[in-house]
Design a protein around this ligand. Structure first.
Ligand code: ADP
Ligand code: ASP
Ligand code: MG
Length: 404
């Protein structure tokens, strides 16, 4: 069998844990499997590198940011490969570019276009365990790119798909995918399995346990992901096509996201083409817009509010400032002290009272809703950041997720 394993930052946070991961890898090897191991940067290394860069520049060039951030994973692969070698197995470390992970050129959130993988195949054929740096690739111009925060998951799943691996395991610091972030909700329950669509929503809505694009990729290739703990051997959560859920749940999980900022545009002319110009300008800077609300017209003027990732806020405000006079936006504000809380569940579409239950749970805690959006399988609300934890707990309780 060919096994792809990915170990996250907390699983390789110090030398002791790296040696622990090496033992796991070697155990798998000695069961007779071929093995590709993807690793993240140690502990908080990526955050520390970002802080370091911010001390040099408030708006660093994204190409240089990628050059810097990719070093984190390079440290881990060298250390892990050495630890595996110490245990007597043949092993080699490779960077994203060495593996031929080719991406587009959107620095800091590049997408994988293809994986050439020749070197990887050669090393496997030579009997090596191959340790690959997650999160990084190389664009057509031969510049190093990174895949966005949490992107090592996507490296692992994309490699598993490209190599047609039999098993893809994501090892992390929790036991699997839970009904809510177990750090916020102590009674959160581990799910035995979850469908691609629900996992994709949860991940997109802030559940960091998997990078959204890793779930997209797994769905596209019909690959099962096993999310599990790197600290023990118990089974975790299988992400796969689920024909029949464990129970017909209405709400499967609660997600929250603190990487959100709201921008409000006031007195925007009410005429065709205005929204197009605003959002095309944001798109051309690769800024993802999430929720959009346009309020009812008054005196031929509208108010438009939308959310972006907090990490894109400065860029988005610069775009708004630039197009403001042309488009006829009178004024604008922003709020980066907000959070998004969401309920996700495939059963929601056939159950009209679900959104009302969500609003009731939040109202009873006196939590104000600043924006609301819905889709077939989710409802999201923007609340003040300080209310995020309480909101998630209230929703977990309202939908009785601990006991189902
Ligand atoms: P890694 O470094 O292994 O990639 P991450 O920190 O990226 O780990 O992801 C794991 C974290 O995701 C957990 O520690 C947990 O706090 C958080 N998390 C958020 N939502 C969930 C959820 N629904 N289920 C499990 N973990 C979650
Ligand atoms: N090291 C990167 C990050 O912290 C990628 C990852 O951990 O998946 O975002
Ligand atoms: Mg992660």
């Amino acid at each position: 069998m060919l096994v792809v394993q990915k170990y996250g930052g907390s699983s390789v946070a110090n030398p002791e844990r790296i040696k622990n991961v090496a033992r796991r890898v070697v155990d798998t090897r000695r069961q007779g499997h071929d093995l590709v191991v993807v690793v993240s940067a140690m502990g908080d290394t990526t955050d520390e590198l970002i802080d370091l860069m911010k001390q040099i520049s408030a708006q660093p060039p994204e190409r240089e940011m990628d050059m810097l951030l990719s070093t984190g994973e390079q440290i881990s692969i060298a250390l892990l490969a050495t630890a595996i070698g110490e245990l007597g197995e043949k092993v080699i470390s490779l960077t994203g570019p060495q593996v031929g992970i080719i991406t587009d050129d959107v620095h800091t959130k590049a997408r994988i276009v293809k994986i050439t993988g020749d070197r990887l195949q050669q090393e496997l054929a030579a009997g090596n365990i191959v340790v690959v740096a997650g999160f990084q690739g190389v664009n057509e111009a031969n510049d190093i790119t990174t895949l966005g925060r949490g992107g090592s998951d996507t490296t692992a799943v994309a490699l598993a798909a490209a190599l047609k691996a039999d098993v893809c395991e994501i090892y992390t610091d929790v036991d699997g995918v839970f009904t809510a972030d177990p750090r916020l909700v102590p009674t959160a329950r581990k799910l035995g399995e979850i469908s691609y669509d629900e996992m994709l929503e949860l991940a997109n809505l802030g559940a960091q346990v998997l990078h959204p694009r890793s779930v997209e990729c797994a769905k596209l290739y019909g690959l099962t992901i096993h999310v599990r703990s790197s600290f023990h051997n118990q089974e975790g959560t299988y992400v796969r096509e689920v024909a029949k859920m464990e129970k017909p749940l209405v709400v499967t999980g609660i997600a929250h996201d603190l990487n959100v900022a709201r921008i409000g545009l006031f007195d925007v002319p009410d005429k065709p083409g205005v929204a197009w110009r605003i959002f095309a300008a944001l798109a051309s800077e690769n800024i993802n817009v999430d929720m959009i609300i346009q309020s009812a017209m008054r005196n031929n003027q509208n108010n438009i509010a939308f959310t972006v990732a907090k990490t894109d806020l400065a860029k988005a405000l610069a775009v708004v400032e630039r197009i403001k006079d042309d488009v006829g936006i009178k004024s604008f504000t922003y709020d980066d002290d907000v959070a998004k809380v969401s309920i996700v569940g495939a059963g929601m579409v056939t159950n009209p009272g679900v959104a009302a239950m969500m609003f009731e749970a939040l109202a009873k805690r006196n939590i104000n809703l600043e924006m609301i959006t819905t889709s077939e399988i989710k409802v999201s609300c923007i609340v003040k950041a300080q209310h995020a934890r309480e909101a998630v707990q209230a929703l977990h309780e309202m939908f009785a997720l601990a006991t189902m």
